[in-house]
Design a protein around this ligand. Structure first.
Ligand code: G
Ligand code: G
Ligand code: MN
Ligand code: NA
Length: 254
């Protein structure tokens, strides 16, 4: 496909860039993390959503090179922020399914952390529930090694994988990201509100850090903060994903 040829050019041609979306603590309202999200400004087609091109890159294996590119870009940015004493917090990187269980991920992480002088607790890797269920034994082993290096690991899109919950106690993740679909109709739907509350309780009883994704309204914030003061909230209510300059301005204006 054309995407594959174009992505090679995009990586060297400044067409790809990273946007960062803040996560905010439900108690202090302080920024507790940033999720790195890939963006592609194609010269003819304009902005192309990663929801469109990432699955294509996954199908042909090109996603490995692109993820390496993302890791380098993020680490470069983190080292600049560190140097400038910018008050950033932990940065999360989305890692595609096939990459999670590959030896390449451990190697790239070890090498890049040392190359950019970044401590592992500044980085979180987001892996999807679907990819974990796909290859549970290898995922458990890979996550164990990453955690052993001091990296945080988040389970992304939690609740969408039609999974059995039994793997939750076996996989040594640090964080759960509850999928947007569980918060969309909160607090209007009493049933959805009860389900969200139950998931949060379950995750907290497993001592997991909990991020609620896709929060867009004040009413959702009020409900979430009434459930627990130990939650992390991500969504348009606080901010869309921002490029570096926008992020600096956003921090200043808070
Ligand atoms: O940012 P946006 O809502 O457009 O993302 C759409 C989809 O693409 C989401 O599922 C998101 O997880 C995925 N995505 C965005 N950025 C990255 C990335 O850097 N790496 C991977 N693997 N997926 C990403
Ligand atoms: O699959 P993943 O969770 O990585 O995808 C995250 C994507 O969800 C981000 O790329 C971002 O563009 C999108 N997103 C983040 N917050 C919101 C929100 O409040 N509403 C909507 N509709 N999308 C969001
Ligand atoms: Mn994610
Ligand atoms: Na998600």
């Amino acid at each position: 496909r054309q995407i594959v040829q174009d992505i090679n050019r995009a990586m060297t041609n400044n067409e790809l860039f990273i946007a960062y979306q803040p996560k905010v603590c439900s108690k202090s309202m302080e920024v507790t993390g940033l999720e790195a999200l890939l963006r592609w400004k194609h010269p003819e087609q304009g902005m192309i959503s990663p929801g469109i091109f990432i699955p294509v890159l996954e199908d042909n294996g090109k996603i490995f090179d692109v993820t390496d590119w993302i890791i380098r870009e993020v680490f470069k940015q983190v080292s600049i922020w560190k140097e400038a004493s910018f008050p950033f917090s932990q940065v999360s990187i989305n890692i595609p399914g096939a990459y999670v269980t590959s030896a390449r991920l451990l190697n790239v992480m070890t090498k890049s952390l040392s190359e950019y002088g970044i401590s592992s607790n500044m980085i979180e890797l987001e892996i999807t529930e679907t990819s974990v269920i796909h290859d549970i034994e290898n995922a458990i082993s890979a996550v164990g090694k990453l955690r052993g290096m001091g990296l945080s690991v988040a389970l992304d899109d939690f609740g969408t994988g039609l999974s059995s919950l039994s793997y939750l106690k076996r996989i040594p993740i640090s964080t759960i990201k509850i999928d947007k679909s569980f918060v969309d109709d909160v607090p209007l739907s009493e049933k959805d509100s009860d389900i969200l509350k139950a998931i949060i309780t379950l995750c907290h009883s497993l001592h997991l850090k909990v991020v609620i994704e896709g929060v867009e309204s004040k009413e959702q914030i009020d409900f979430i903060t009434s459930v627990s003061e130990a939650l992390h909230i991500q969504g348009y209510y606080f901010s869309r994903p921002l490029i570096e300059e926008e992020l600096v301005t956003w921090y200043k204006n808070r």
